[in-house]
Ligand binder design. Structure first.
Ligand SMILES: O=C(O)CCC(=O)C(=O)O
Ligand SMILES: [Fe+2]
Length: 378
C-alpha cells in the first residue's frame, strides 16, 4: 500500500519556499502580521569614526557589526558620510525617469540586454516564484571601472584590453542603456554620483568587516579592485485603494512589492525613503519591519559572505510589502561583492578543528552567474 506523505504545519505557521544559492530551501514561518523590530534585532550603528586614526574606534564599529551580522544579518548605519544632496539628487533622478512614457523606458528594457542593465517594467520580475510578481519598476546597472573612483586618474573610457583578461570577461556594463535616459537631463550624472559615493562607502565597510572577522584590515582590498558593484533604483508604485477589498485573485496578483529572497553577493547597502515596507525574517520565522530611519542606510549580509564565514554571518531572507501609501516608494541598493575572477573559500578565521569548512573554494563569477543567480536579485 502506498504511503501518503502530507506536510502539516502548526496553527499560525506556514511553509515558505525559497531559491537559496545552495538549491531550494524551505522555512517554517509565522502567519502573523509583521511587527516592529527591536533595537537589538536591527541595531543602528554609528560609523562616524570609521576612518579614525585610533584602532580602538574602528574596532568598536567592527564589534557592533560582527554582533549584528551574527544575530540578524541586518543593521542600519548612520553618519555614513554620503552627502544628503547626492542621495536626494539620485532619488529625484529615479522619480523623473520612472515618469517617462513606457515606450521610452521599454527601449532600454533589461530583458532586451545581455546582462543585468536597464529598465525592468511593472511586474517584470519575480524574486520568489511561489509569491506574486514583484509590484515595482526598476532601473539597474552593473560595474564599470569607468565609474569607479579608484580609476579616476585614468583617461575614459578605460579600454577593456587594459583590464586583466580573467577580470575582463566579467565586466558586464552596457553603456548604451544610458542613451535611453537622455530625455531626463542630468539622470546619468546624478545616478553615477550616488554610485561612486556608495562604492567608496562599501570599500570603507570592507575594512571594518575584515577587523570584525579577525583579519588584517586591508585583507579585502585586493579582492575589490574590480568589485561586483551593481546598483538598482527600485520604484514601488502605490498599489491603489482598490486592492485589499477586492477578490482573492486580484489581491494575490499584487501580493508583494518584492518577493522573499536573500541577496546573492557579499553585502548590500540600501537607501530607502520614509514610506516603509521592507521586512526581514528572523530566526524564529517572524516577519519584522526594517522601519525607515532618517539619515541611515540599511546594510545586510549576502549569500557569498555567509558562505565565506562558514555560515557565521547570516544572509537573511527579506521581502518588500506592496506599497499601500499614496506616494511611490523608492529604494536604492548597492549590491557589493568581490572581484569575479577570485577563487574564494571559507575564511581562515572562520574555521577551527571543531568547526571545519563547510564549503569548497569557488570562483566568485561562477557563483554570481550560475543559472540560479541570474534569476535572483543581485
Ligand atoms: O526595496 C527594499 O527595501 C529592498 C530591496 C531589496 O531587497 C533588493 O533589491 O534586493
Ligand atoms: Fe534584497
Amino acid at each position: 500500500m502506498a504511503t501518503q506523505t502530507t506536510t502539516t504545519t502548526k496553527p499560525g505557521r506556514k511553509i515558505l519556499k525559497l531559491d537559496s544559492s545552495n538549491g531550494q530551501a524551505y522555512r517554517e514561518i509565522s502567519t502573523a502580521a509583521p511587527r516592529a523590530a527591536t533595537a537589538e534585532e536591527i541595531p543602528v550603528i554609528d560609523i562616524s569614526k570609521i576612518t579614525s586614526p585610533e584602532l580602538e574606534d574602528r574596532m568598536s564599529i567592527a564589534l557592533q557589526i560582527k554582533s549584528a551580522a551574527e544575530n540578524s544579518g541586518f543593521f542600519y548605519i548612520k553618519n555614513h558620510g554620503v552627502e544628503e544632496q547626492t542621495i536626494s539628487n539620485a532619488k529625484a533622478a529615479a522619480i523623473k525617469f520612472m515618469a517617462e512614457p513606457m515606450e521610452l523606458k521599454q527601449k532600454i528594457a533589461r530583458n532586451k540586454q545581455k546582462y543585468w542593465n536597464g529598465y525592468c517594467g511593472p511586474e517584470g520580475s519575480q524574486a520568489n516564484k511561489t509569491e506574486s510578481k514583484d509590484y515595482k519598476e526598476g532601473f539597474g546597472w552593473q560595474y564599470s571601472p569607468d565609474f569607479d573612483p579608484l580609476y579616476d586618474h585614468l583617461p575614459k573610457p578605460i579600454p577593456l584590453s587594459s583590464i586583466p583578461a580573467d577580470i575582463r570577461e566579467f565586466i558586464r556594463a552596457e553603456h548604451h542603456i544610458w542613451d535611453g535616459t537622455l530625455t531626463v537631463p542630468g539622470f546619468k550624472e546624478d545616478a553615477i554620483a550616488y554610485y561612486r559615493s556608495m562604492i567608496n562607502l562599501a570599500r570603507r565597510l570592507t575594512k571594518v568587516f575584515a577587523l570584525a572577522l579577525d583579519l588584517k584590515e586591508d585583507y579585502f582590498d585586493a579582492l575589490t579592485t574590480y568589485p561586483g558593484a551593481d546598483l538598482a533604483f527600485n520604484y514601488y508604485n502605490p498599489v491603489g485603494p482598490e486592492v485589499g477589498g477586492v477578490s482573492g485573485d486580484e489581491v494575490m496578483s499584487h501580493e508583494v512589492g518584492l518577493g522573499s529572497h536573500t541577496d546573492l553577493q557579499c553585502f548590500t547597502i540600501l537607501w530607502q525613503d520614509m514610506i516603509g515596507g521592507l521586512l526581514i525574517l528572523n530566526r524564529t520565522g517572524e516577519w519584522i519591519k526594517a522601519t525607515p530611519i532618517e539619515g541611515t542606510f540599511v546594510v545586510n549580509i549576502g549569500d557569498f559572505l555567509m558562505r565565506m564565514t562558514n555560515d557565521k554571518w547570516l544572509s537573511t531572507v527579506h521581502r518588500v510589502e506592496v506599497n499601500r501609501s499614496a506616494e511611490p516608494r523608492i529604494s536604492m541598493p548597492l549590491f557589493f561583492g568581490f572581484n569575479f575572477n577570485e577563487v574564494i573559500g571559507v575564511l581562515p578565521s572562520c574555521v577551527s578543528e571543531e568547526n571545519p569548512a563547510k564549503y569548497e573554494p569557488l570562483r566568485v563569477g561562477d557563483w554570481n552567474y550560475s543559472g540560479l543567480a541570474t534569476e535572483k536579485t543581485l
